[in-house]
Design a protein around this ligand. Structure first.
Ligand code: IMP
Ligand code: MG
Length: 191
């Protein structure tokens, strides 16, 4: 059952489409990691919902961990340095790490993590993102698994927020132009 629609939001991806796509992604990951025990690292907070659904779709033995990064004092995702707010709890040396992101937008977060995580010597490292906005890419980030490409609009739901709201919506929606107009100046693009 879908939650009722929220004013000011335009649904782009329905709950049932997300569920089907997450299952497809899980089948591909199972095929690629057969015989191995991947370690799923979710990037908080945005990836929490996707991460939880994805790992429950997988029949592989696996482990999981979380980290959190933020852009310090920056309004938009593509400016200012990124800092690690919450480090991993587990050692990743020798592990087959799959980084789970809600969305790859400018690519800055993913590019930052792909420079830093290899220093901890994982056996392999791949990126799995529910959403990608290819038209916004400014940093070298190529997700190995992508759920959906989305247009250059600010999207919420299924973990993604606008001012920390809407993460619990079971679908992906875009803010309507009227609600999005002030976003240019808002500090909402932080990971
Ligand atoms: P990137 O570093 O520019 O690729 O994007 C990093 C983070 O910005 C993502 O992990 C999200 O948390 C956030 N973000 C980017 N675009 C959106 C959006 O449309 N809605 C909500 N959050 C977004
Ligand atoms: Mg965010």
């Amino acid at each position: 059952m879908s939650q009722s629609r929220v004013n000011g939001l335009e649904v782009l991806i329905e709950e049932v489409e997300i569920r089907q796509r997450v299952a497809q992604m899980a089948r591909r990951i199972e095929a690629d990691y057969r015989g191995r025990e991947p370690h799923f690292v979710g990037v908080l907070k945005g990836a929490a919902i996707f991460h939880a659904d994805l790992v429950r779709e997988l029949t592989l033995p696996l482990t999981m961990d979380f980290l959190s990064v933020s852009s310090y004092g920056a309004a938009m995702a593509s400016v200012g340095p990124l800092t690690l707010d919450k480090d991993l709890e587990d050692d990743i040396e020798g592990k087959h790490v799959i980084l789970v992101e809600d969305i790859v937008d400018s690519g800055r977060t993913a590019a930052f993590l792909f420079r830093w995580l290899p220093e901890r010597k994982p056996a392999s490292l791949r990126l799995c993102a529910l959403l990608s906005k290819p038209s916004r890419r400014q940093f070298p980030a190529r997700p190995d698994y992508v759920g959906f490409d989305v247009p250059d609009r600010f999207v919420v739901g299924y973990g993604l927020d606008y001012n920390q709201m809407y993460r619990n919506l079971p679908y992906i929606a875009a803010l309507r132009e009227s609600s999005a107009a002030h976003l240019e100046h808002a500090a909402t693009f932080e990971p």
